[in-house]
Design a protein around this ligand. Structure first.
Ligand code: PEP
Length: 256
């Protein structure tokens, strides 16, 4: 199997102004010595309004931390009030952009076609899309979660070439585990992440599938990251609440 470097990405959601963002990045940088970055990629995903400040700290202090955005427009530019384009994010030095987070799917009615369009905008601008998929509680209880996730995966990657698929990160985030404190068991998370990798083999190739990073997200913290990352098809985590605590985020990144 191709070696996959773990990725820990902290999704701050709509939290922290730009001054608080600077303080948190400094805290994480202080708590996470450079040596860790040889074995794990660590990224923060702040609100748009914080990105310039995060960039200043990362560039000014030559940090190995990377950063990204929580969303991107499906459009290149133009009369789209309130939208942020992929080229704007690339110009700010972003590495990642999250697309299809369940909160965007739920509150902004984003469907797989929209998520795909956003992933394409990311790729077009040399940004790595972190494509989120995940089932709600009803689907999990009905036992149809694997097929549900694979359907979302197929829809969100539809028509991408194998080369394009090789550049994405997939985040499996069961909606019932996000912000609830209910983490999926390592075995449950592995079941879906393994199925995702199997589907990537069909959509691209076994070689591509072996290289794509598949993250788990949903109430990840410093206590449970070890068991999750120990699973064969889990290559890191998308972290919400725990990414707002500098010490805990650094600790769980160091464990990964
Ligand atoms: C998320 O929103 O991507 C997430 C995983 O949140 P939390 O870690 O708080 O469950």
């Amino acid at each position: 199997m191709a070696a996959r470097k773990p990725l820990i990405a902290g999704n701050w959601k709509m939290n922290l102004n730009h001054l608080e963002a600077i303080a948190l990045v400094q805290k994480v940088a202080f708590a996470l010595p450079e040596k860790y970055f040889a074995k794990v990629d660590v990224a923060v995903i702040p609100p748009f309004t914080d990105i310039r400040s995060v960039q200043s700290i990362v560039d000014g202090d030559k940090l190995l931390l990377t950063y990204g955005a929580q969303d991107v427009s499906v459009h290149d530019s133009g009369a789209y009030t309130g939208e942020i384009s992929g080229s704007m994010l690339a110009k700010l030095g972003c590495t990642f952009v999250v697309v299809g987070h369940s909160e965007r799917r739920q509150y902004h009615t984003e469907d797989d076609a929209t998520v795909l369009a956003k992933a394409k905008q990311a790729l077009k601008n040399d940004l790595t899309p972190i494509v989120c998929i995940g089932e709600g509680l009803g689907v999990r209880e009905a036992g149809t979660h694997v097929e549900f996730n694979l359907e979302q995966l197929r829809g969100s990657l539809k028509g991408l070439s194998a080369e394009e698929i090789s550049k994405v990160v997939i985040a499996y985030e069961p909606v019932w585990a996000i912000g609830t404190g209910k983490v999926a068991s390592a075995a449950d998370a592995q079941e879906v992440c393994g199925a995702i990798r199997g589907e990537l083999e069909k959509l691209a190739s076994p070689e591509v599938a072996a290289g794509v990073r598949v993250l788990y997200g949903g109430s990840v913290n410093a206590k449970n990251i070890g068991e999750l990352i120990g699973q064969p098809d889990i290559d890191g985590a998308l972290v919400g609440g725990a990414s707002l605590k500098g010490d805990e985020f650094a600790t769980l990144s160091a464990i990964a």
